[in-house]
Design a protein around this ligand. Sequence first.
Ligand code: MG
Length: 483
Amino acid sequence: MEKYRAVWALHHSMALLEWDMETHMPEGGAASRGAASGQLAMMTQKATVSLAPLLRKAEKSSDLDDESKGIVRSLRREVDFFTKIPPELVEERVRVTTEATVVWRRARKTSDYKLFEPHMEKILEITRRVADCLGYAKHPYDALLDLYEEDFTVRDADAVFSRLVPGSKKVLERVEAGGVYPSRHPLEAVRYSTDAMVRVNEGVISLLGMPKDRFRMDVSTHPFTIGIAPDDVRITTRYEGADFKAALFSTIHESGHALYELQLGDSLRFTPAAGAASLGFHESQSRFWENVVGRSREFSKLVHPLVRKNLAEVSKYSAEDLYLYFNAVRKSFIRVEADELSYNLHIALRYDLEKKMVSGDVSVSELPEVWNDVFEDYLGVRPKKDSEGVLQDIHWSGGSLGYFPTYSLGNVILGMIWHKLGDGEMVRESVQKKDLTQLEKWLQANIHRWGSTYSPKVLQERLFGDAYNPDRLLKYYEAKYLG
Ligand code: MG
């Protein structure tokens, strides 16, 4: 671990550069920043691979405790990644995806898939090579899934989505027929001043108990969280001037991510286990705070005075109005605008297409049509143009295939946490008491402090006696929307 500190310092520095690039860097700095980050990435690869002999020794020790085993396992993943992917492939991937992202932006603007198609071909070809280098037992897509969710395979994903899709559709149909949750709410049209909304967000952050000396919030185009270290965690949010719930819930979402990083165990500092168990687990935390806590009836009551005080236009609306506004249910073509219930259908579609692209069952030229067919099957409406279909997300242009499923895994794990907390009883109690520390302590003791000591499957088995079981999530949807 003494030797690992050099790698840790490189990660620390790159994280800070990335944060700066998204928040404060003048646009003209992009080329220099790209060059510096590229150099640092190569140094990281070299420094990580140099630890291989020591790592082999550590792997032979028989007297390691759980944390040490987790550190060894996490380092093995880093070393393997940098050993298996040749530097030329890393370089080619960065070059191709950087160009593709620029073209994708243009293609989305003009809804012109043909423009993006040759780039997508190249990305798919490179992605298949990456999968081959990483190796897999059954399906090449397994190698890609494992990058974001350790040990998670096509078999696991099929098991999750084959239950989640019909289950979500059923609840969604009943909610639409029930008419309790509106598809539109007049508060969506209410405009706000950024200054006023900043005060609301600051109030929410203090309700959530975010530590002022270890945490900061800035503004960026796409909200994100970055853990520089457990004593320096940063989030961003954005202000669009209307529909204030977008700014509110992106702040709560990112704060949920931040809390994970802030509550990592002290004994894991400067080690490769000082990070989330997986992306699914990370997303479970942001969505737990955003949806289970933030979109609850109790939380609507809790934030009502704060919102009214700062946004004068809201004063004629009750806490119950806020609750219905926060939980409007409507089918959207756009994933990031989807409600809690239809969200997983958007992800299931992407999962299905990625799997088939990687195995060659769907060609890049067929993507838009297949996308629209599956979308229509899941949500009953058909996108009219590719900008609201296959071209809407940035992920593929950046080469991130295998990433999308972790959004739904976050929901699935959230459902398991909800169930473990007495079907949400502890959440209702804590929010009613205006004291969220009980919840934060529970998450810290059971999830956060462990970092990646345990693989995501093992951590779930320990906590819930089960892994990636979507039934709890479906039960949570039913309890909330149909109860
Ligand atoms: Mg997130």
